[in-house]
Design a protein around this ligand. Sequence first.
Ligand code: ADP
Length: 405
Amino acid sequence: MKVLVINSGSSSIKYRLFDMDHETVLASGLAERIGEAQGALTHRARTEGSLEVVHQGRELIADHRRGLAMIVACLVHEDYGVIAHTSELDAVGHRVVHGGEMFKAPAVINDEVIQAIQANVALAPLHNPPNLTGIEVARSIFAEAVQVAVFDTAFHQSLPQKAFLYAIPYSLYETEGVRRYGFHGTSHAYVVEEACRYLSRAPETVNLISIHLGNGASMAAVQGGRCVDTTMGMTPLEGLVMGTRCGDVDPALPFFLADHLHLSLREIDTLLNQQSGLKGLCGMNDMREVMTQRRCGDERADMAMQVYCYRIKKYIGAYYAVLGRLDALVFTGGIGENAADVRELSCSGLHAIGIELDKDENARPAEGIRDIGVAGTRVRVLVVPTNEELRIARETARVVQALER
Ligand code: ADP
């Protein structure tokens, strides 16, 4: 089965074509700066076992339709094409950021589903509209393929009411859908599945805390394979300290900024989303840079790192209490997979609850899934490389197989 995964953003289309029989990537790429004076398309194709850049072009990509047409031209290219015709695609899996309360699982896309995604635009005004554009264009170009929407919020739909409600007038939940939704669900679901496989345990029997640390960052408490709490909220601003987002702050902070500094709502939005987090604390939002400066003795970099890791540690404690029994911590995302210092600081002093890192194993650069906990301790500490595209492809393939049954 061949599945094309599409992540359509406001000015970009990221894609990956999978042969699901062996879960191999046949091609991948990125069309970016769509609608700008000069766009760019980078396309990789499988040649003799590895993915190589076979096309790198700069030209006007007027809109998403043109972008996807250019991608198709690469996929069927006479020299480096990996399929002969678009009809070879069995399905297209679309990443959709917000499924609201309507989608607890992936959905075969039809007019009704499109309407439902549209109904959630108010909750994700920056993401759902370009996701819909990608769906619309793909439906017309790959008319024979099954189109499936995979939602970033779906994994968190199992949260109990006590975890998803905010203590504000209940009517706001009823009329406006104000509640915790959570994001990064595709990544959390992927690493949880991989972790269970690694531990040779059925998901129903395992309690985990999944820690996704990329530019955005979130944690999920997972009980018997089901998510029961997560740090991001109604928007991705809540929870952990991120590259440029503040995470948890006093909800009265915006009033203070408006009253005393006369900032507008838009300015406050920019301040909390783009000028805060690691960047706000030490001027750098790239963790590699923060770590390098910290090692050189930069006090602000150290301070930012302390705040960043303290927040993670605090949530580990909170989710330990929520779960009652913890089998494993799972670190993932660019930072979670690579930043040994972050893992060490976040887990420091947690031996009382069975969490202890093997220093050498933690510091050893390695690829693939691994256990960095001290042998024999109660809680396994795993590093699991995430792969959201593969998760979307797997979910899409499952939906197609269910249709065929
Ligand atoms: P996104 O959330 O955009 O997918 P990633 O998951 O790729 O982002 O994570 C990006 C973050 O990972 C950046 O802060 C980057 O500095 C960090 N990162 C990537 N590689 C390393 C590394 N080797 N050591 C420390 N941090 C790293």
